[in-house]
Design a protein around this ligand. Structure first.
Ligand SMILES: CC(=O)SCCNC(=O)CCNC(=O)[C@H](O)C(C)(C)COP(=O)(O)OP(=O)(O)OC[C@H]1O[C@@H](n2cnc3c(N)ncnc32)[C@H](O)[C@@H]1OP(=O)(O)O
Ligand SMILES: CC(C)C(=O)C(=O)O
Length: 409
């Protein structure tokens, strides 16, 4: 083991009071989803963006998965300065050694071990008894500890595992030297009430609990990944594993931007901070869309095109009076912008505002006529652009001139 790894304070349990660590797994679980895989170059671009975003841990990949993934993890480990770089490994010597090797150049390294603990996985996937699973985990942790600054142990399918058995394997994991205990909801099955119960139980029953922090890793199969992550945090988890845009296996992982902005926007409720530079959320989301070629859905919370867009007249009127009427956070805080989109649902207030912005001096009579014409255009097309408005105003002014000439002659 590199002597510099000894005595690292990165991941000091004491420093976690009032702080939730953000463990980004966009480059590992995120890229496992069909259509999202990233090559070494794409991973490097994302890794730099994630470092600028301020994530605490970047899970760079699964070195045993492929030579390119090994190379990507190694390059990220060598290059990044601030975040801990993590690599995933099964509880197998080959995986652990590959992870250790890939992480050699890292300033702060973490081997992330996982092993299934639920009855279904133990019996059908691994074909191992409860005790065998515990022994395999302990041996793997001992091996990994010699190869990285820190070891995280994930009990795969934890939320479908018997709580007393989960507490036992985590107790052994702490004894073996793991300092992060992750209880993943691997298949997105749990609910907020259940995950709270599980984390409270673990905190009360894992031996040596003060030597480790608990982590949540939630999947979105039932659309509850973010809610479950926040629930786990409220029950004492001080690390959350999440991805940009919520990408990941099947329906995805908990979306990083949603967890971070929930903690930020509802700070009086959670009383917890992250180290995320929130203004980087939107640009990082767009970079991921660019490198994967997968567009962000318009209605995606925080980073979708519609997250701060308003087309309805009643909402636009409210927004023009006070932004707080229809926005619970400032778009600038996530690096985005508000837009008032003109369409068939818009009203006079928003239309007048846009015409003023376009330098038209407009009285009530003009507004009424132009508004009627605007609605007719809006009924034919999805949105009405500035060019459409200029054309409408041009036609209106031409009609007025014709009418004036007719009156004179
Ligand atoms: C919940 C998660 O997201 S876990 C991470 C999932 N991610 C991935 O699988 C992506 C990368 N994976 C890969 O590239 C390949 O699966 C590899 C290279 C790791 C392994 O490939 P192969 O050796 O051909 O095995 P394959 O994937 O078909 O089967 C998995 C094997 O790992 C074993 N295994 C699964 N999980 C673990 C674990 N945590 N610890 C030890 N062994 C495990 C299985 O029992 C099976 O063993 P067997 O080959 O003795 O039957
Ligand atoms: C490896 C573990 C943390 C995982 O991805 C899961 O259980 O979903």
């Amino acid at each position: 083991m590199n002597p510099a790894h000894q005595g690292s304070t990165h991941g000091d349990v004491e420093s976690d009071v009032g702080r939730v660590r953000i463990f980004d797994t966009t480059l590992r679980d995120g890229e496992q989803a069909p259509g999202f895989s990233m090559d070494r170059r794409a991973k490097m671009r994302m890794a730099h963006a994630l470092e600028d975003l301020g994530v605490d841990i970047i899970e760079a990949g699964f070195p045993q998965a492929s030579p390119d993934d090994f190379a990507a993890v190694a390059e990220i480990a060598r290059t990044l300065k601030a975040p801990t770089v993590a690599a995933l490994a099964r509880c197998q010597a080959g995986d652990i050694d590959a992870a250790g090797k890939a992480l050699e150049g890292a300033r702060h390294s973490r081997i992330h071990l996982f092993l299934s603990t639920s009855p279904l996985h133990r019996e059908h996937k691994l074909g191992k008894s409860k005790q065998q699973v515990i022994d395999i985990a302990a041996e793997a942790i001992y091996r990994a500890k010699a190869l990285a600054h820190e070891v995280e142990f994930s009990a795969e399918d934890a939320l479908r595992t018997e709580p007393d058995y989960l507490a036992e394997i985590f107790s052994v994991a702490v004894e073996a030297g793991a300092t992060v205990l992750n209880a993943p909801d691997t298949v997105g099955y749990t609910t907020p009430a259940e995950i709270i119960e599980m984390f409270r139980y673990l905190r009360a029953n894992v031996r040596g609990v003060d030597k480790a922090i608990f982590s949540a890793h939630c999947h979105d199969d039932l659309g509850m990944a973010v809610a479950n992550s926040l629930a786990a945090i409220s029950a004492g988890a001080r690390q959350v594993e999440c991805t940009i845009n919520g990408i990941g296996e099947r329906a995805g992982n908990a979306a990083l931007e949603e967890i971070v902005m929930a903690l930020h926007t509802r700070r009086p409720l959670f009383k917890l901070d992250t180290g995320i530079v929130t203004q980087h959320l939107y640009p990082t989301s767009r970079l991921l869309a660019e490198v994967t070629g997968q567009a962000v859905p318009r209605n995606k919370a925080i980073v979708g095109d519609n997250a701060f867009a308003h087309e309805s007249g009643i909402h636009q009127h409210g927004m023009l009076k006070h932004r707080g009427t229809y926005e619970i956070m400032s778009p600038q805080d996530v690096g985005a912008k508000t837009s008032l989109v003109l369409g068939k649902h818009s009203g006079r207030h928003a239309l007048r505002q846009r015409l003023v912005e376009l330098d038209y001096d407009i009285d009530e009579t003009t507004l009424d006529t132009v508004f009627e014409r605007f609605k007719a255009v809006a009924d034919r097309q999805r949105s009405v652009t500035n060019d459409d408005l200029v054309a409408l105003m041009g036609a209106y002014e031409a009609d007025n001139e014709t009418a004036a000439v007719a009156v004179q002659s």
